[in-house]
Write a protein that binds this ligand. Structure first.
Ligand SMILES: Cc1cc2nc3c(=O)[nH]c(=O)nc-3n(C[C@H](O)[C@H](O)[C@H](O)COP(=O)(O)OP(=O)(O)OC[C@H]3O[C@@H](n4cnc5c(N)ncnc54)[C@H](O)[C@@H]3O)c2cc1C
Length: 404
C-alpha cells in the first residue's frame, strides 16, 4: 500500500480479535482494511509491537465457571469450524480438555456442561490417571473431561484462517506498523502507518497489549498486564506416541502457586527445533499470573524480548515433573508473553471517541480470547453494524473505562 487508502472500517491490530472482527465485517459487506504488524523474526531486535498470538497452542474449551465466558466459548466453536471449512486452515486440535480442581470447583463447571449438552465426564483423580497412563494427579482432586472439539487452538493458525476468510470476503490486509490513529472533529479517521495512510470512516482498535503504542484514542484505558513465562518441551516421535490421547489440561489447587495450564503435543510449523532431532512437536506448560502490573508499551516490548522469568521456569519444571513423571523431552526452552486485563474481567468492546461513534476498541482479553476470539470479534463487529448487543452477555461487563 502506498499513498492513502480509503475504507469504511480500518481494524488496527491483526491479532486474535482483530482478524475475527475483520472477517465478520467483511462478511457483512463492509469495505474493511485489516492492518497489523508481522510476527517478529528476531524478538531481541524487533522494533514496534508484539502480539500475544505468536505461539503454538492455547487451551480451548467451553466449560468455564463464568456463564458469559462459557457462552462466548460455545458461540466460537461453530465459527472456528465454519471459517476452517472456508479457508482450509483449521486452528483447532480437538483432543478434549481436562479440568482438574476440588470437588467444589468442578461443581461450578456443571452448569455449562448441562446448558450446552457437552456430555462431560466427571472422575476422581485415580480414575482419570487410570485412563491416561502418563498422568499423575494429587489425591483428593476431581476432574471434568470435556470431549472434542475442546482441546487446543493454534493462535497463529486462527489469525491466518480469519484473515484469509476476511480477504476472500473482500477485505484488504495491510502488513504495517500503525504509529497514530487520529480522529478530528469531522471527516475520516486518519490511521498513519509505516507504509502509508489509511483514511477510514471508522476504526476498530484491536491492539492487544499495545493500546499504549503511538498516538491512539485507546491510550489511557484502565488496563493492567500479566507478564507470563511458558515452558516449551520438544518431543520425539516415540514420546508423542506415548502421550497419545492427552487432552489440554487446566489444574486448580488449594495453593494457587500449584495452578497450571498445559497444551498437549502439537506440531509446530514455525519455530526452531533442536538440530537433527527430526521432531517438530511441542508440549507447553504455563501458570496463571495473578500479579498484574501497569506498564508502558516500551516496558512490554522489553519483556517480550526476554525468555521469561527463570524463577517461574523452575516452578514450571517442577509442575511438569509432578504431572507427567518421566516425560522425555529432547529440548526445552522458555518464552515470554503478555495478557491484558480489565477491571470487569471482560474485554473493553466499546466506543472510545467523543461520542461520534467513529473509533471503538476490542481490547483487554483477560487471558481467554483464544478460545472465544470468533465470538468476541463478532461482538466488536456488531458495534459497527448496528446490531443489538446479545442478551447472553451483560453489556456492562464490556464497557470501556479510562484511568482517572
Ligand atoms: C502465555 C499465554 C497463554 C494464554 N493461554 C490462553 C488459553 O489457554 N486460552 C485462551 O483462550 N487464551 C489464552 N491466552 C490469551 C490469548 O492468547 C490472548 O487473550 C489473545 O491473544 C488476545 O488477543 P488480542 O487480539 O486482544 O491481542 P493479540 O493477539 O496480541 O493481537 C494484537 C495484534 O495487534 C497488533 N498490534 C498492536 N499494536 C499495533 C500497532 N500499533 N500497529 C500494528 N499492529 C499492532 C499486534 O502485533 C498483534 O498482532 C493466553 C495468552 C498468553 C500470553
Amino acid at each position: 500500500m502506498t499513498g492513502e487508502r480509503r475504507c469504511e472500517v480500518a481494524v488496527v491490530g491483526a491479532g486474535m480479535l482483530g482478524a475475527s472482527a475483520a472477517r465478520h465485517l467483511a462478511d457483512a459487506g463492509c469495505d474493511v482494511v485489516l492492518v497489523g504488524q508481522a510476527e517478529p523474526t528476531d524478538r531481541q531486535t524487533h522494533g514496534g509491537v508484539f502480539g500475544s498470538h505468536h505461539d503454538v497452542a492455547r487451551v480451548s474449551r467451553i466449560i468455564d465457571p463464568d456463564p458469559v465466558r462459557a457462552w462466548l466459548g460455545y458461540r466460537s466453536v461453530s465459527q472456528f469450524a465454519e471459517v476452517a471449512a472456508r479457508t482450509g486452515i483449521d486452528p483447532v486440535n480437538p483432543v478434549g480438555h481436562l479440568w482438574v480442581d476440588s470437588p467444589a470447583g468442578i461443581d461450578l463447571l456443571a452448569e455449562a456442561d448441562v446448558r450446552y449438552g457437552l456430555c462431560c465426564q466427571r472422575r476422581g483423580a485415580a480414575e482419570a490417571i487410570e485412563s491416561m497412563g502418563f498422568l499423575s494427579l494429587p489425591d483428593g482432586c476431581e476432574t471434568l473431561w470435556e470431549p472434542p472439539p475442546a482441546g487446543s487452538v493454534d493462535p497463529r493458525a486462527h489469525v491466518a484462517s480469519e484473515t484469509a476468510a476476511a480477504v476472500a470476503a473482500g477485505a484488504t490486509h495491510v502488513v504495517a506498523l500503525v504509529d497514530s490513529v487520529l480522529a478530528g472533529a469531522v471527516g475520516p479517521v486518519s490511521v498513519s502507518t509505516d507504509v502509508g495512510v489509511i483514511a477510514a470512516d471508522r476504526v476498530l482498535l484491536a491492539t492487544g497489549a499495545f493500546s499504549g503504542y503511538g498516538k491512539s484514542p485507546a491510550a489511557g484505558l484502565d488496563l493492567e498486564y500479566a507478564l507470563h513465562t511458558q515452558l516449551l518441551v520438544h518431543l520425539d516421535a516415540a514420546e508423542v506416541d506415548r502421550l497419545a490421547g492427552m487432552p489440554s489440561i487446566i489444574g486448580k489447587f488449594p495453593d494457587p502457586v500449584d495452578d497450571f495450564y498445559l497444551t498437549p503435543p502439537v506440531r509446530d510449523h514455525l519455530v526452531g527445533h533442536p538440530p537433527g532431532s527430526g521432531s517438530r512437536h511441542i508440549l507447553k506448560v504455563g501458570a496463571p499470573q495473578d500479579n498484574h502490573v501497569r506498564a508502558t508499551a516500551a516496558e512490554l516490548v522489553a519483556w517480550f524480548r526476554t525468555d521469561g522469568d527463570p524463577v517461574v521456569a523452575v516452578r514450571l519444571e517442577q509442575i511438569l515433573e509432578g504431572l507427567l513423571p518421566g516425560l522425555r523431552g529432547i529440548g526445552r526452552r522458555t518464552t515470554s508473553c503478555v495478557t491484558t486485563y480489565t477491571p470487569s474481567g471482560f474485554p473493553f468492546i466499546d466506543w472510545v471517541d467523543d461520542g461520534s461513534h467513529r473509533v471503538a476498541c476490542a481490547i483487554g482479553a483477560n487471558g481467554f480470547a483464544a478460545k472465544c476470539a470468533p465470538a468476541l470479534g463478532e461482538l466488536a463487529a456488531g458495534l459497527f453494524l448496528g446490531r443489538n448487543w446479545p442478551t447472553e452477555a451483560d453489556r456492562e461487563l464490556f464497557l470501556a473505562r479510562f484511568r482517572d
